[in-house]
Write a protein that binds this ligand. Structure first.
Ligand code: DGY
Length: 328
């Protein structure tokens, strides 16, 4: 690679991160901060050595099928890489890196917040006050459900799922059960789940037992619409569903129907199948809290994610294996 490789940064990053990247590379920033079109991605792939991309960049086989592709590394800003067609990119000899670890706690905090907001009807309450509908305190007004003594079911027990489990157990004394088809690597007490968390044998068992189901599995062909009419029907009518993982793990139309018919008590969502579009059937319901993909959205974490992406780029440019290699 040349002395000063060309790096495309597909979205606006924090000033410190942009300055650090700019000091080391010849950078094409996206000053409009509007998501790139397919055509713009195709063009950039031919013009730059490295693309610092993110979840809003749908990088497909078609982007690497033509001639003249120059890009050698997709340094993803974010841990999830389901927006990248990994096999096609790998076959084209392009490396992919991501930014794990640095966003774990903040994303788990949003899951915890969504759980509390749903159970205590905080989104609904906030709208109630804002619209001037509040007529005053009364003993039976806007009652939610207590977290205390409840069972939290975690689907996918990776870093973020375990951080959510730790936080819910520590803050609210919740019992934790979890389900994952493959046991995660747990070799560090600081990142383990609570000591008494119990693995269950199947998703149906978890759905039937949990008062709150929180999704933390990756988006794959196997997990697409994992929560559908059939699996949602396995949840208790008093239960809540939280999703901070990826939108397409839930069939949103089935969820809207389930919530409208009060077959479950509520839901809290941070991610959507067709982001940034959120299906109208969900938006019109009171018993769902809707956030705009804020999981990792703190100044500190977005800073760390940028620096981590940069560390991956630096390693790659120096001819080393990047620390957060996904595929190569
Ligand atoms: C992640 O890290 O995957 C966040 O959802 C942002 O893409």
């Amino acid at each position: 690679m040349s002395d000063r490789p060309i790096v495309a940064v597909t979205r606006k990053l924090t000033p410190e991160v942009e300055a650090a990247i700019g000091s080391r590379y010849d950078v094409r920033f996206n000053r409009t901060d509007i998501a790139l079109s397919t055509e713009q991605i195709t063009q950039l792939m031919k013009q730059v050595d490295i693309m610092l991309c993110t979840v809003t960049d749908k990088i497909r086989a078609e982007h690497v099928s033509g001639s003249g592709v120059r890009v050698r590394l997709l340094a993803n800003f974010g841990v999830g890489v389901n927006h990248i067609e990994r096999d096609a990119i790998r076959h084209a000899g392009i490396a992919i890196t991501n930014t794990p670890d640095v966003l774990t706690e903040d994303t788990a905090d949003i899951a915890l917040g969504l759980m509390l907001m749903s159970m205590r009807r905080m989104g609904e309450g906030e709208r109630h006050v804002r619209t001037g509908a509040w007529s005053g305190w009364r003993p039976t007004h806007m009652l939610g459900r207590s977290t205390r003594g409840k069972t939290l079911g975690i689907v996918g027990y990776g870093r973020i799922g375990r951080a959510m489990a730790r936080a819910a157990a520590a803050a609210f004394g919740m019992r934790v059960i979890w389900y994952a088809p493959r046991a995660p690597r747990m070799d560090d007490a600081a990142t383990d789940g609570p000591a008494d968390a119990t693995r269950v044998d199947s998703l149906p068992e978890l759905l039937q037992r949990a008062d709150v189901v929180s999704l933390h599995c990756p988006a794959t062909a196997e997990t697409r619409h994992l929560m559908n009419a059939e699996t949602l029907a396995m949840m208790q009518p008093t239960a809540y569903l939280v999703n901070t993982a990826r939108g397409d793990i839930i069939d949103e139309y089935a969820l809207a129907e389930t919530l409208r018919e009060r077959k479950i008590a509520g839901a809290g969502l941070d991610v959507y199948e067709f982001e940034p579009s959120v299906v109208a059937e969900l938006r019109e319901l009171e018993n769902v809290v809707l956030l705009p993909h804020q999981g990792s959205g703190t100044i500190e974490t977005r800073e760390r994610m940028g620096m981590r992406a940069l560390a991956n780029i630096d390693a790659f440019v120096d001819g080393n294996v990047p620390p957060d290699l996904v595929t190569w």
